[in-house]
Write a protein that binds this ligand. Structure first.
Ligand SMILES: Nc1nc2c(ncn2[C@@H]2O[C@H](COP(=O)(O)OP(=O)(O)OP(=O)(O)O)[C@@H](O)[C@H]2O)c(=O)[nH]1
Ligand SMILES: [Mg+2]
Length: 452
Protein backbone atom coordinates (compact mmCIF):
# COMPACT_ATOMS: atom_id res chain seq x y z
CA UNK A 1 0.00 0.00 0.00
CA UNK A 2 1.51 3.34 -0.97
CA UNK A 3 1.61 5.81 1.89
CA UNK A 4 -0.34 9.02 1.58
CA UNK A 5 2.58 10.85 3.17
CA UNK A 6 5.47 12.30 1.28
CA UNK A 7 8.61 11.21 3.07
CA UNK A 8 11.96 12.96 3.01
CA UNK A 9 15.48 12.03 4.09
CA UNK A 10 19.07 13.00 3.51
CA UNK A 11 20.40 10.02 1.57
CA UNK A 12 24.09 10.89 1.78
CA UNK A 13 26.14 10.91 5.01
CA UNK A 14 25.81 13.97 7.24
CA UNK A 15 28.75 16.38 7.12
CA UNK A 16 30.61 18.32 4.46
CA UNK A 17 30.79 16.84 0.97
CA UNK A 18 30.84 18.00 -2.64
CA UNK A 19 27.12 17.40 -2.99
CA UNK A 20 24.37 16.00 -0.79
CA UNK A 21 21.28 14.13 -1.96
CA UNK A 22 17.91 14.72 -0.34
CA UNK A 23 15.32 12.21 -1.39
CA UNK A 24 11.54 12.49 -1.32
CA UNK A 25 8.91 9.89 -2.09
CA UNK A 26 5.15 10.35 -2.16
CA UNK A 27 2.24 12.10 -3.83
CA UNK A 28 3.42 15.68 -3.16
CA UNK A 29 6.66 15.31 -5.14
CA UNK A 30 5.36 16.79 -8.39
CA UNK A 31 3.98 19.90 -6.64
CA UNK A 32 7.05 20.35 -4.46
CA UNK A 33 9.34 20.03 -7.49
CA UNK A 34 7.44 22.79 -9.23
CA UNK A 35 7.20 25.02 -6.15
CA UNK A 36 10.83 24.92 -5.05
CA UNK A 37 12.10 25.62 -8.58
CA UNK A 38 9.53 28.38 -9.10
CA UNK A 39 8.13 26.77 -12.26
CA UNK A 40 4.59 26.82 -13.52
CA UNK A 41 4.95 23.61 -15.52
CA UNK A 42 5.73 20.20 -14.00
CA UNK A 43 9.37 19.09 -14.01
CA UNK A 44 10.40 16.82 -16.86
CA UNK A 45 10.58 13.19 -15.79
CA UNK A 46 13.98 11.62 -15.20
CA UNK A 47 15.75 14.79 -16.22
CA UNK A 48 18.46 16.52 -14.21
CA UNK A 49 17.21 20.10 -13.79
CA UNK A 50 19.75 22.69 -12.71
CA UNK A 51 17.70 25.10 -10.63
CA UNK A 52 17.75 27.44 -7.66
CA UNK A 53 15.95 26.04 -4.64
CA UNK A 54 13.53 28.63 -3.22
CA UNK A 55 12.12 28.17 0.27
CA UNK A 56 8.55 29.07 1.31
CA UNK A 57 9.59 32.67 1.91
CA UNK A 58 10.91 32.83 -1.68
CA UNK A 59 14.56 33.01 -0.62
CA UNK A 60 17.09 31.15 -2.75
CA UNK A 61 18.79 28.56 -0.53
CA UNK A 62 21.22 27.04 -3.04
CA UNK A 63 21.68 26.03 -6.66
CA UNK A 64 20.75 22.38 -6.95
CA UNK A 65 20.33 19.55 -9.41
CA UNK A 66 16.77 18.30 -9.09
CA UNK A 67 15.44 15.11 -10.66
CA UNK A 68 11.79 14.15 -10.72
CA UNK A 69 10.58 10.56 -11.14
CA UNK A 70 6.92 9.95 -11.87
CA UNK A 71 4.70 7.34 -10.23
CA UNK A 72 5.78 3.85 -11.17
CA UNK A 73 9.10 5.02 -12.66
CA UNK A 74 11.06 5.27 -9.46
CA UNK A 75 12.87 3.13 -6.93
CA UNK A 76 9.91 3.21 -4.52
CA UNK A 77 7.22 2.96 -7.18
CA UNK A 78 5.81 6.31 -6.02
CA UNK A 79 6.57 9.77 -7.35
CA UNK A 80 10.05 10.75 -6.19
CA UNK A 81 12.24 13.80 -6.11
CA UNK A 82 16.00 13.90 -5.68
CA UNK A 83 17.42 17.25 -4.68
CA UNK A 84 21.20 17.58 -4.82
CA UNK A 85 22.47 20.81 -3.22
CA UNK A 86 26.09 21.48 -2.24
CA UNK A 87 27.10 19.23 0.62
CA UNK A 88 27.06 21.86 3.34
CA UNK A 89 25.17 20.71 6.48
CA UNK A 90 23.70 24.21 6.88
CA UNK A 91 22.19 24.16 3.37
CA UNK A 92 20.91 20.63 3.90
CA UNK A 93 19.32 21.70 7.17
CA UNK A 94 17.58 24.68 5.52
CA UNK A 95 16.19 22.56 2.70
CA UNK A 96 15.05 19.81 5.07
CA UNK A 97 13.32 22.35 7.32
CA UNK A 98 11.61 23.89 4.32
CA UNK A 99 10.43 20.50 3.03
CA UNK A 100 9.00 19.65 6.46
CA UNK A 101 7.22 23.02 6.47
CA UNK A 102 5.76 22.06 3.09
CA UNK A 103 4.14 19.00 4.73
CA UNK A 104 6.74 16.27 4.20
CA UNK A 105 7.43 13.80 6.97
CA UNK A 106 10.91 12.52 7.89
CA UNK A 107 11.36 8.99 6.54
CA UNK A 108 11.87 6.14 8.97
CA UNK A 109 14.95 3.92 8.60
CA UNK A 110 14.61 1.76 5.52
CA UNK A 111 11.30 3.36 4.57
CA UNK A 112 12.22 4.01 0.93
CA UNK A 113 13.13 0.36 0.42
CA UNK A 114 10.12 -0.77 2.43
CA UNK A 115 7.86 1.32 0.17
CA UNK A 116 9.57 -0.23 -2.86
CA UNK A 117 8.80 -3.69 -1.49
CA UNK A 118 5.19 -2.80 -0.63
CA UNK A 119 4.71 -1.43 -4.13
CA UNK A 120 6.01 -4.67 -5.62
CA UNK A 121 9.20 -3.07 -7.00
CA UNK A 122 11.28 -5.80 -5.39
CA UNK A 123 10.84 -8.89 -3.28
CA UNK A 124 11.78 -9.06 0.37
CA UNK A 125 15.14 -10.74 -0.29
CA UNK A 126 16.04 -7.92 -2.70
CA UNK A 127 15.04 -5.34 -0.10
CA UNK A 128 17.36 -7.07 2.36
CA UNK A 129 20.11 -7.02 -0.25
CA UNK A 130 19.93 -3.22 -0.41
CA UNK A 131 21.08 -3.01 3.19
CA UNK A 132 23.67 -5.79 2.72
CA UNK A 133 25.05 -3.94 -0.29
CA UNK A 134 25.46 -0.72 1.66
CA UNK A 135 27.14 -2.52 4.54
CA UNK A 136 29.33 -4.87 2.49
CA UNK A 137 32.96 -4.70 3.64
CA UNK A 138 34.58 -7.18 1.29
CA UNK A 139 34.53 -8.03 -2.41
CA UNK A 140 32.85 -11.36 -1.75
CA UNK A 141 30.19 -9.78 0.44
CA UNK A 142 29.53 -7.13 -2.19
CA UNK A 143 29.19 -9.75 -4.93
CA UNK A 144 26.69 -11.75 -2.88
CA UNK A 145 24.61 -8.64 -2.10
CA UNK A 146 24.60 -7.64 -5.77
CA UNK A 147 23.48 -11.08 -6.87
CA UNK A 148 20.69 -11.00 -4.27
CA UNK A 149 19.66 -7.50 -5.30
CA UNK A 150 19.31 -8.78 -8.85
CA UNK A 151 16.88 -11.38 -7.60
CA UNK A 152 19.01 -14.52 -7.22
CA UNK A 153 17.26 -15.60 -4.02
CA UNK A 154 13.83 -14.85 -5.47
CA UNK A 155 14.63 -16.92 -8.58
CA UNK A 156 15.82 -19.80 -6.45
CA UNK A 157 12.61 -19.69 -4.41
CA UNK A 158 10.55 -19.67 -7.63
CA UNK A 159 12.45 -22.70 -8.86
CA UNK A 160 11.83 -24.59 -5.59
CA UNK A 161 8.16 -23.56 -5.58
CA UNK A 162 7.82 -24.69 -9.19
CA UNK A 163 9.22 -28.11 -8.36
CA UNK A 164 7.00 -28.39 -5.31
CA UNK A 165 3.96 -27.45 -7.35
CA UNK A 166 4.93 -30.16 -9.82
CA UNK A 167 4.80 -32.73 -7.02
CA UNK A 168 1.49 -31.32 -5.83
CA UNK A 169 0.02 -31.45 -9.30
CA UNK A 170 0.93 -35.11 -9.59
CA UNK A 171 -0.65 -35.85 -6.22
CA UNK A 172 -3.70 -33.63 -6.70
CA UNK A 173 -4.64 -35.69 -9.72
CA UNK A 174 -5.35 -38.54 -7.32
CA UNK A 175 -7.50 -36.43 -5.05
CA UNK A 176 -9.92 -36.21 -7.96
CA UNK A 177 -10.06 -39.98 -8.20
CA UNK A 178 -10.17 -41.10 -4.59
CA UNK A 179 -11.69 -44.43 -5.56
CA UNK A 180 -8.51 -45.33 -7.42
CA UNK A 181 -5.64 -46.18 -5.11
CA UNK A 182 -2.34 -44.53 -5.89
CA UNK A 183 -0.39 -47.24 -7.69
CA UNK A 184 3.06 -47.87 -6.22
CA UNK A 185 5.00 -46.82 -9.32
CA UNK A 186 3.08 -43.51 -9.57
CA UNK A 187 3.87 -42.74 -5.96
CA UNK A 188 7.57 -43.35 -6.46
CA UNK A 189 8.00 -40.30 -8.71
CA UNK A 190 6.66 -37.68 -6.29
CA UNK A 191 8.38 -39.43 -3.36
CA UNK A 192 11.73 -39.29 -5.12
CA UNK A 193 11.27 -35.66 -6.13
CA UNK A 194 10.32 -34.81 -2.54
CA UNK A 195 13.50 -36.39 -1.19
CA UNK A 196 15.54 -34.51 -3.76
CA UNK A 197 13.82 -31.24 -2.82
CA UNK A 198 14.55 -31.83 0.85
CA UNK A 199 18.23 -32.44 0.18
CA UNK A 200 18.55 -29.43 -2.16
CA UNK A 201 16.89 -27.18 0.37
CA UNK A 202 19.10 -28.45 3.17
CA UNK A 203 22.11 -27.60 1.05
CA UNK A 204 20.72 -24.12 0.51
CA UNK A 205 20.16 -23.67 4.25
CA UNK A 206 23.83 -24.56 4.76
CA UNK A 207 24.86 -21.50 2.75
CA UNK A 208 23.55 -19.36 5.62
CA UNK A 209 26.83 -19.96 7.38
CA UNK A 210 28.67 -18.73 4.33
CA UNK A 211 26.52 -15.59 4.28
CA UNK A 212 27.41 -14.87 7.90
CA UNK A 213 31.09 -15.27 7.07
CA UNK A 214 30.71 -12.91 4.13
CA UNK A 215 29.04 -10.15 6.04
CA UNK A 216 30.55 -10.42 9.50
CA UNK A 217 33.99 -11.63 8.52
CA UNK A 218 35.83 -14.89 9.08
CA UNK A 219 36.52 -15.03 12.80
CA UNK A 220 40.12 -16.08 13.23
CA UNK A 221 41.71 -16.81 16.58
CA UNK A 222 45.46 -16.45 17.12
CA UNK A 223 46.32 -18.98 19.80
CA UNK A 224 49.44 -20.47 21.34
CA UNK A 225 51.56 -20.60 24.46
CA UNK A 226 52.70 -17.39 26.19
CA UNK A 227 55.47 -15.37 24.55
CA UNK A 228 55.48 -17.19 21.20
CA UNK A 229 54.65 -14.01 19.22
CA UNK A 230 50.84 -13.93 18.96
CA UNK A 231 50.59 -10.20 19.58
CA UNK A 232 53.54 -9.59 17.26
CA UNK A 233 51.57 -11.49 14.60
CA UNK A 234 48.34 -9.46 14.89
CA UNK A 235 50.44 -6.29 14.76
CA UNK A 236 52.35 -7.48 11.69
CA UNK A 237 49.12 -8.46 9.93
CA UNK A 238 47.34 -5.20 10.65
CA UNK A 239 50.43 -3.04 10.29
CA UNK A 240 49.73 -1.37 13.63
CA UNK A 241 50.62 -1.54 17.29
CA UNK A 242 47.20 -3.00 18.05
CA UNK A 243 48.42 -5.32 20.79
CA UNK A 244 51.18 -4.89 23.38
CA UNK A 245 54.30 -6.92 22.64
CA UNK A 246 56.85 -7.67 25.34
CA UNK A 247 59.36 -10.31 26.33
CA UNK A 248 57.36 -10.97 29.50
CA UNK A 249 55.21 -14.09 29.10
CA UNK A 250 51.54 -13.43 29.86
CA UNK A 251 51.52 -9.91 28.42
CA UNK A 252 48.17 -10.28 26.67
CA UNK A 253 45.51 -10.92 29.30
CA UNK A 254 42.35 -10.64 27.28
CA UNK A 255 41.57 -10.93 23.60
CA UNK A 256 42.05 -8.01 21.26
CA UNK A 257 40.39 -7.89 17.86
CA UNK A 258 41.06 -6.19 14.53
CA UNK A 259 39.75 -6.44 10.97
CA UNK A 260 41.84 -7.13 7.91
CA UNK A 261 41.47 -8.45 4.38
CA UNK A 262 42.91 -11.68 3.03
CA UNK A 263 42.33 -11.55 -0.72
CA UNK A 264 38.63 -10.79 -1.14
CA UNK A 265 37.72 -11.94 2.39
CA UNK A 266 36.99 -9.84 5.42
CA UNK A 267 38.69 -11.31 8.47
CA UNK A 268 38.12 -10.56 12.12
CA UNK A 269 41.34 -11.55 13.83
CA UNK A 270 41.61 -11.96 17.60
CA UNK A 271 44.81 -11.99 19.60
CA UNK A 272 44.35 -14.06 22.76
CA UNK A 273 46.06 -14.65 26.09
CA UNK A 274 48.83 -17.27 26.02
CA UNK A 275 47.70 -20.80 26.86
CA UNK A 276 49.65 -21.83 29.89
CA UNK A 277 48.74 -24.92 31.89
CA UNK A 278 50.10 -23.89 35.26
CA UNK A 279 48.91 -20.31 35.01
CA UNK A 280 47.80 -17.98 37.77
CA UNK A 281 44.17 -16.96 38.37
CA UNK A 282 44.20 -14.09 35.85
CA UNK A 283 45.84 -16.23 33.18
CA UNK A 284 43.23 -18.91 33.77
CA UNK A 285 40.44 -16.41 33.14
CA UNK A 286 42.20 -15.39 29.90
CA UNK A 287 42.43 -19.02 28.83
CA UNK A 288 38.73 -19.55 29.60
CA UNK A 289 37.95 -16.56 27.38
CA UNK A 290 40.05 -18.03 24.57
CA UNK A 291 38.23 -21.36 24.81
CA UNK A 292 34.90 -19.54 24.83
CA UNK A 293 35.91 -17.56 21.73
CA UNK A 294 37.03 -20.76 20.01
CA UNK A 295 33.45 -22.04 20.11
CA UNK A 296 32.41 -19.45 17.54
CA UNK A 297 35.72 -19.19 15.67
CA UNK A 298 35.90 -20.12 12.00
CA UNK A 299 39.65 -20.29 11.69
CA UNK A 300 42.75 -20.69 13.88
CA UNK A 301 46.32 -19.50 13.61
CA UNK A 302 48.26 -21.64 16.05
CA UNK A 303 51.59 -19.99 16.84
CA UNK A 304 54.58 -22.02 18.08
CA UNK A 305 57.99 -20.84 19.21
CA UNK A 306 60.59 -22.51 16.96
CA UNK A 307 63.07 -22.55 19.86
CA UNK A 308 60.68 -24.27 22.29
CA UNK A 309 59.30 -27.80 22.52
CA UNK A 310 55.93 -28.48 20.92
CA UNK A 311 53.13 -27.15 23.11
CA UNK A 312 50.45 -29.00 24.98
CA UNK A 313 47.14 -27.28 24.41
CA UNK A 314 43.77 -27.51 26.19
CA UNK A 315 41.65 -30.34 24.79
CA UNK A 316 38.64 -28.08 24.38
CA UNK A 317 40.65 -26.02 21.91
CA UNK A 318 42.45 -28.81 20.06
CA UNK A 319 39.13 -30.52 19.34
CA UNK A 320 38.05 -27.52 17.27
CA UNK A 321 41.19 -27.41 15.15
CA UNK A 322 41.23 -29.33 11.91
CA UNK A 323 43.62 -29.38 9.00
CA UNK A 324 41.12 -27.31 6.99
CA UNK A 325 40.56 -24.54 9.54
CA UNK A 326 44.00 -24.14 11.12
CA UNK A 327 47.43 -22.96 10.06
CA UNK A 328 50.38 -23.77 12.29
CA UNK A 329 52.82 -20.86 12.43
CA UNK A 330 56.32 -21.73 13.55
CA UNK A 331 57.67 -18.36 14.67
CA UNK A 332 61.08 -17.04 15.77
CA UNK A 333 62.85 -18.98 13.00
CA UNK A 334 65.50 -16.25 12.99
CA UNK A 335 66.93 -17.49 16.27
CA UNK A 336 69.93 -19.88 16.10
CA UNK A 337 68.28 -22.50 18.29
CA UNK A 338 65.21 -22.67 16.03
CA UNK A 339 64.17 -26.17 15.05
CA UNK A 340 61.46 -27.59 12.88
CA UNK A 341 58.16 -28.84 14.24
CA UNK A 342 57.40 -31.05 11.27
CA UNK A 343 55.90 -33.85 13.34
CA UNK A 344 53.56 -31.51 15.19
CA UNK A 345 49.98 -31.84 13.89
CA UNK A 346 50.90 -33.67 10.68
CA UNK A 347 48.69 -32.85 7.70
CA UNK A 348 48.13 -29.27 8.89
CA UNK A 349 49.36 -26.34 6.82
CA UNK A 350 52.54 -24.98 8.36
CA UNK A 351 54.26 -21.63 7.75
CA UNK A 352 57.63 -20.57 9.20
CA UNK A 353 57.95 -16.93 10.23
CA UNK A 354 60.33 -14.45 11.81
CA UNK A 355 58.04 -11.57 12.67
CA UNK A 356 60.44 -8.71 13.45
CA UNK A 357 61.46 -8.53 9.77
CA UNK A 358 58.21 -9.91 8.34
CA UNK A 359 59.71 -13.16 7.02
CA UNK A 360 56.98 -15.64 6.06
CA UNK A 361 54.09 -13.17 6.21
CA UNK A 362 53.43 -13.34 2.47
CA UNK A 363 53.57 -17.10 2.56
CA UNK A 364 51.09 -16.99 5.47
CA UNK A 365 48.68 -14.82 3.47
CA UNK A 366 48.94 -17.19 0.49
CA UNK A 367 48.33 -20.28 2.61
CA UNK A 368 45.53 -18.57 4.48
CA UNK A 369 43.69 -17.64 1.28
CA UNK A 370 44.17 -21.16 -0.09
CA UNK A 371 42.83 -22.65 3.15
CA UNK A 372 39.76 -20.41 3.15
CA UNK A 373 39.05 -21.18 -0.49
CA UNK A 374 39.48 -24.89 0.06
CA UNK A 375 37.84 -25.26 3.43
CA UNK A 376 34.78 -23.08 3.43
CA UNK A 377 31.39 -24.45 2.59
CA UNK A 378 30.77 -22.77 -0.73
CA UNK A 379 27.38 -21.66 -1.97
CA UNK A 380 25.65 -23.72 -4.63
CA UNK A 381 26.81 -23.41 -8.20
CA UNK A 382 24.44 -20.54 -8.94
CA UNK A 383 26.01 -18.57 -6.10
CA UNK A 384 22.80 -18.21 -4.12
CA UNK A 385 23.44 -17.55 -0.46
CA UNK A 386 20.65 -17.32 2.09
CA UNK A 387 20.57 -15.28 5.28
CA UNK A 388 19.37 -16.35 8.73
CA UNK A 389 15.79 -15.29 8.07
CA UNK A 390 15.64 -17.18 4.78
CA UNK A 391 17.21 -20.23 6.43
CA UNK A 392 14.58 -20.20 9.20
CA UNK A 393 11.71 -20.16 6.70
CA UNK A 394 13.38 -22.81 4.56
CA UNK A 395 13.90 -24.90 7.69
CA UNK A 396 10.16 -24.84 8.36
CA UNK A 397 9.51 -25.74 4.73
CA UNK A 398 11.87 -28.71 4.99
CA UNK A 399 10.03 -29.85 8.14
CA UNK A 400 6.72 -29.73 6.27
CA UNK A 401 8.27 -31.65 3.36
CA UNK A 402 9.56 -34.31 5.73
CA UNK A 403 6.06 -34.71 7.16
CA UNK A 404 4.69 -34.94 3.63
CA UNK A 405 7.29 -37.51 2.67
CA UNK A 406 6.51 -39.49 5.81
CA UNK A 407 2.78 -39.45 5.15
CA UNK A 408 3.32 -40.42 1.54
CA UNK A 409 5.49 -43.32 2.65
CA UNK A 410 2.84 -44.52 5.09
CA UNK A 411 0.23 -44.38 2.35
CA UNK A 412 -1.84 -41.72 4.15
CA UNK A 413 -4.55 -39.89 2.27
CA UNK A 414 -3.23 -37.68 -0.51
CA UNK A 415 -5.16 -34.69 0.89
CA UNK A 416 -3.02 -34.84 4.05
CA UNK A 417 0.20 -34.99 2.04
CA UNK A 418 -0.95 -32.08 -0.12
CA UNK A 419 -1.75 -30.00 2.97
CA UNK A 420 1.86 -30.34 4.17
CA UNK A 421 3.13 -29.41 0.72
CA UNK A 422 0.93 -26.33 0.69
CA UNK A 423 2.45 -25.31 4.04
CA UNK A 424 5.91 -25.74 2.53
CA UNK A 425 4.99 -23.49 -0.40
CA UNK A 426 3.86 -20.88 2.13
CA UNK A 427 7.17 -21.05 4.04
CA UNK A 428 9.19 -20.71 0.86
CA UNK A 429 7.00 -17.73 -0.04
CA UNK A 430 7.99 -16.07 3.25
CA UNK A 431 11.55 -15.73 1.96
CA UNK A 432 10.48 -13.30 -0.75
CA UNK A 433 7.66 -11.90 1.37
CA UNK A 434 4.72 -13.21 -0.57
CA UNK A 435 2.87 -16.35 -1.50
CA UNK A 436 1.94 -16.23 -5.10
CA UNK A 437 -1.35 -18.11 -5.12
CA UNK A 438 -2.21 -17.00 -8.62
CA UNK A 439 0.88 -18.63 -10.02
CA UNK A 440 0.32 -21.72 -7.95
CA UNK A 441 -3.14 -22.11 -9.46
CA UNK A 442 -1.85 -21.49 -12.97
CA UNK A 443 0.77 -24.14 -12.56
CA UNK A 444 -1.69 -26.59 -11.07
CA UNK A 445 -4.40 -26.17 -13.68
CA UNK A 446 -1.93 -26.19 -16.55
CA UNK A 447 -1.44 -29.87 -15.86
CA UNK A 448 -5.14 -30.70 -15.90
CA UNK A 449 -6.79 -32.31 -18.92
CA UNK A 450 -8.76 -30.10 -21.25
CA UNK A 451 -12.46 -30.26 -20.41
CA UNK A 452 -12.03 -31.19 -16.77
N1 LIG B 1 63.59 -13.27 17.63
C1 LIG B 1 62.28 -13.16 17.52
N2 LIG B 1 61.55 -12.63 18.50
C2 LIG B 1 60.22 -12.54 18.35
C3 LIG B 1 59.57 -12.98 17.18
N3 LIG B 1 58.24 -12.77 17.31
C4 LIG B 1 58.08 -12.21 18.52
N4 LIG B 1 59.26 -12.07 19.16
C5 LIG B 1 59.47 -11.52 20.51
O1 LIG B 1 58.89 -12.42 21.43
C6 LIG B 1 58.37 -11.71 22.55
C7 LIG B 1 56.92 -12.06 22.79
O2 LIG B 1 56.15 -11.57 21.72
P1 LIG B 1 54.61 -11.32 21.86
O3 LIG B 1 54.12 -10.97 20.51
O4 LIG B 1 54.33 -10.37 22.96
O5 LIG B 1 54.13 -12.76 22.26
P2 LIG B 1 52.69 -13.25 22.73
O6 LIG B 1 52.52 -14.62 22.18
O7 LIG B 1 51.67 -12.26 22.37
O8 LIG B 1 52.87 -13.36 24.28
P3 LIG B 1 51.76 -13.32 25.45
O9 LIG B 1 50.83 -12.18 25.18
O10 LIG B 1 52.56 -13.15 26.67
O11 LIG B 1 51.07 -14.64 25.41
C8 LIG B 1 58.62 -10.24 22.28
O12 LIG B 1 59.76 -9.84 22.93
C9 LIG B 1 58.79 -10.20 20.76
O13 LIG B 1 59.58 -9.12 20.34
C10 LIG B 1 60.38 -13.57 16.14
O14 LIG B 1 59.93 -13.99 15.08
N5 LIG B 1 61.73 -13.62 16.37
MG1 LIG C 1 50.38 -11.23 23.52
Amino acid sequence: MPTADTIVALSTPAGESAIAVIRLSGPACADIGRAVTGRTKPLRRRFAHFASYRDLAGTIVDDCVITYYADGQSFTGEAMLEIAPHGNPLIVHKIMTDLLARGCRPAEPGEFTRTAFLNGKMDLSQAEAVSDLIRARSDRSLEAAQRQLHGSVGRKMSELTERLLGVMAQLEAYIDFPEEDLPGEDQAGPARELRQLISDMEELIETQRYAALLHEGIKTLIVGEPNVGKSSLINALTGSERSIVSEIPGTTRDYISAFLMIGPWRIEVLDTAGLHEAGNAIEKIGIDHTIEQSETADFFLLVLDATAPSPTLPDALVQRMRSDNTIVIVNKTDLPEARDHKTFLPGFRQVRTALPDGTGLNELRTQWLAAIDAGLKRPQEDGVVVNARHAASLGRAVEALRMASDKLGKGEHTELVAAELRDAVGFIGEVVGRVDNERMLDSLFKQFCIGK
